[in-house]
Design a binder for this molecule. Sequence first.
Ligand code: ZN
Length: 230
Amino acid sequence: MDTLIIFQKTIYLVDVKNYEGDYEFESKNLKHIKTGKIIKDPYIQLQRCETMFRQLLQELGFHFNVEAYLVYINSELTMYQAPQNPSIIFPTQIVRFMQTLNKIPTKLNSGHEKLADLLISLDLGDYPFTAKPNYDYDRTIKGVLSACCHQFMEADGDTKLRCCKCGLEDSVESAVIRCVEEFKILFPERRVTTTEIYNWCKVVRSRRAITRILKKYYRLCGKGRFSYFV
Ligand SMILES: [Zn+2]
């Protein structure tokens, strides 16, 4: 995946290919007509990427639509028997495609910022999409994002958190679990401990509540101050 564009409600995965010359489209492959060289159809890879990306977003607790596009940008490209697929953009369609994107209203909030930050730092790299985090802990914005608006949440007493945008409440318990799962994906090299999750959530006031939730949903390994949860 080359480019990731985040709009208000939709994330566009855009894979740009600069193939030049005459190609014939075969199922699952592109064949260069002159040389006979076969290239795997990048659209199949993009679809796989899209699926995994959706899963990742879901695991992280973000609710965005995902749309994937494969864009062939080289005007010297001819693709014979190309499928009619609205997700594949050929050189003659690029201008229209860009115009469509530009018409989408965009109002980004801190949730988008956090997501963008997160995705950039995940260093998604090439196919196949491995969510192999390469993430700088210190650069990460700490805090709990709401499931409803993917906005930051603030404490409302000791057992509840409130979405800063719509005011919807969520239990500290479910918010902490969401944070732990996010933390595990982002920092597999760090151990899940009360202190780590306390710092990561930032707005949960009670360390004891975090320990209680960790004990309830995770397994404790090790002893004393070296113990952690899995
Ligand atoms: Zn909300």
